[in-house]
Design a protein around this ligand. Structure first.
Ligand SMILES: Nc1ncnc2c1ncn2[C@@H]1O[C@H](COP(=O)(O)OP(=O)(O)O)[C@@H](O)[C@H]1O
Ligand SMILES: [Mg+2]
Length: 252
């Protein structure tokens, strides 16, 4: 269970995260939506430790992650996708996976090695298969399509066995077909791994189709939470977000 309690973060005068409290049940799949600048990425950056909260708690099974360094938060079980392909362009898919696990273990210290070597390989294999990358194991990251690079990012997060997986716009920059392929994979890994998945997505077709639960952020605050049906009919959401989106679509 991931419990966010009164989480706040300001940048100068901007309250990017403003007293946010939310529960994410084990094994849930939640979409976070909201207009540009609503605080979606900041919310994720606080949970992963990339940003330090001004106030509040981030309780993973009762243990507060607030203020901990990112590698420690990863080891507690909160994973996120990184821009791996741009960090290790010349490593192959398989090398990238193994390097990431190795780096995590070195940070943890050899005495606290998380997974034995054989198990590491099994994990890397399993994650590559789950994301459909096993057949591309010998390709270098730089030569993968944009969609496959993103899948590699997710595979890398998965190999560290997260309890909670955070995905910030996994479909960003993709065409329609690639987008659905990505989101089908996200849904599939959620169903198979039974982990808690929270993803930020601005394509409402995708959100309403695959997310059983939706959180709407606006100006750093929670505007609404609920099922797709409830969010679709929520007046405040329509006014702040969905309505204006439709309008923008109609004008474009
Ligand atoms: N590192 C930062 N420094 C200053 N302001 C920031 C920083 N990160 C985010 N912000 C501001 O916080 C608000 C929320 O940003 P962000 O979390 O990126 O929104 P979203 O992901 O929903 O588009 C915006 O007003 C943004 O300009
Ligand atoms: Mg963002």
């Amino acid at each position: 269970m991931l419990e966010i309690r009164a989480l706040s973060k300001s940048f100068g005068g901007v309250k990017a995260t403003d007293n946010v409290s939310l529960d994410f049940a084990d094994g849930s799949l939640t979409a976070v939506i909201g207009p540009n600048g609503a605080g979606k990425s900041t919310f994720f950056n606080l949970i992963t430790g990339a940003l330090r909260p001004d106030a509040g708690q981030i309780l993973l099974n009762g243990v507060d992650m607030a203020g901990k360094a990112p590698p420690e938060i990863v080891r507690h079980g909160i994973g996120r996708a990184f821009q791996v392909a741009s960090i290790f362009p010349s490593l192959t898919v398989e090398e990238t996976m193994l390097a990431a696990v190795g780096a995590d273990q070195r940070r943890a210290g050899v005495m606290r090695r998380r997974f034995p070597l054989v198990e590491t390989r099994d994990r890397a294999e399993h994650a590559m298969e789950l994301l459909g990358l096993a057949g591309k194991r010998n390709r270098t990251a730089a030569t993968l399509s944009h969609g496959d690079q993103k899948l590699l990012d997710i595979a890398l997060a998965l190999v560290l066995e997260p309890k909670v997986l955070l995905l910030d716009e996994p479909t960003a920059g993709m065409g329609t077909e690639e987008r659905w392929r990505m989101i089908d994979k996200v849904r599939e890994l959620w169903e198979k791994q039974k982990i808690t998945v929270v993803f930020i997505e601005h394509d409402m077709d995708i959100v309403f189709k695959i997310a059983p639960a939706i959180v709407v952020l606006c100006y750093g605050r929670i505007l609404a939470t609920g099922t797709p049906e409830a969010i679709r009919r929520n007046e405040a959401v329509i006014e702040a977000y969905l309505g204006s989106d439709d309008h923008a679509g109609a004008v474009a």
